[in-house]
Ligand binder design. Structure first.
Ligand SMILES: [Zn+2]
Length: 117
């Protein structure tokens, strides 16, 4: 839970058929989050167990079927194969967005692990 502008979304766009989720933040920044990266780094216990790091999981369905806000701190994403247990905190989404801005999709996938924040 946070009120910091950099982790407060002001808009979320997920056009049908797009490969990226776009989030506008209260500090004016906009993040483009590749579906492939979001699915691979799904933070849920089913994908990650209970370890302290998040490991990239290849091969998941990357069609974003639905998204909904969870409380006032996160988005819940539902994928084309029905996987819907990933709760992505705004802090996590902003950190992932900043990483993608700095390194690009392929490099972020190649990292293989992310800290759990
Ligand atoms: Zn998952």
């Amino acid at each position: 839970m946070t009120d910091l502008p950099r982790t407060r979304p002001t808009g979320v766009k997920a056009p049908h058929g797009a490969q990226d989720l776009e989030i506008s933040w209260a500090d004016g920044h906009r993040s483009k989050l590749s579906h492939e990266v979001l699915r691979g780094y799904c933070p849920c216990a089913g994908c990650q167990g209970h370890s302290g790091i998040i490991q990239f999981q290849e091969g998941g369905n990357t069609v974003l079927r639905n998204l909904e806000q969870v409380g006032n701190y996160a988005l819940g994403l539902t994928w084309g194969d029905g996987h819907d247990s990933g709760i992505y905190s705004f802090r996590y989404l902003r950190a992932l967005g900043d990483l993608l801005d700095a390194q690009g999709v392929e490099a972020v996938k190649a990292l293989g692990t992310l800290p759990r924040i």
